[in-house]
Design a binder for this molecule. Structure first.
Ligand code: 5GP
Length: 190
């Protein structure tokens, strides 16, 4: 049976690493590739990390109801196409979503108990700030915007089935892996 595993986290909380490890440990899980209007970063490729769309194109798809959920995140549109979810249900595949808390709440509303919502939290806003500064990819304005968003997202953890504090990546991953293995058909429930 199809399970929708949704992982949300403020940026800098370690979500991408945790999601990549899930994908390699659970071959029955496929990543939902979102669409976005933000520009590709670094080595990102269209159709691999995201479908990169022009703003007009994205807005046209909103009007024609092609997204299961969409949100404005850090000033850009991001969305999950209905097609991704519908084909997963048709094929009985489970899907991993790396989306923000707004998107997680909408998927929960639409797909109810087929969704498992996990929030990865930094130990504190101060710890997140230290991590963002250490990775040194963002300017001061971006760091401040990410911290503001993080506070707002961390205030909504009550909407999630599981909150994992990422104070230690290895421990956090084991907690995530154990929870996901209990949800996925064909896992040994380790
Ligand atoms: P980034 O630009 O760093 O790849 O992603 C920024 C934020 O947008 C992350 O929190 C990510 O989880 C979120 N995001 C990515 N795809 C989607 C999506 O399809 N829907 C929603 N609601 N958020 C998304």
């Amino acid at each position: 049976m199809t399970q929708l595993i949704v992982v949300s986290a403020p940026s800098g909380a370690g979500k991408t690493t945790l999601c990549n490890r899930l994908l390699s440990d659970f071959p029955q899980l496929t990543l939902s590739i979102s669409s976005t209007t933000r520009a590709p970063r670094g080595q990102e490729q269209d159709g691999r990390e995201y479908f990169f769309l022009a703003k007009d194109d994205f807005e046209e798809r909103i009007r024609s109801d092609r997204f299961a959920e969409w949100a404005l995140v850090h000033g850009n549109y991001y969305g999950t196409s209905k097609e991704v979810i519908e084909s997963a249900f048709a094929e009985g595949r489970s899907v991993l979503f790396d989306i923000d808390v707004q998107g997680a709440a909408i998927l929960r509303k639409t797909y109810g108990k087929d969704c498992f919502l996990v929030f990865i939290s930094p130990p504190s806003v101060e710890a997140l700030e230290a991590r963002l500064r250490k990775r040194a990819t963002d300017n001061e304005e971006t760091i401040q915007r990410r911290l503001k968003n993080a506070r707002a997202e961390m205030a909504r953890t009550g909407e999630f089935d599981l909150v994992i504090i990422n104070d230690d990546l290895e421990r956090a991953y084991l907690e995530l892996k154990s929870a996901v293995s209990q949800r996925l058909p064909g896992s040994n429930g380790c």
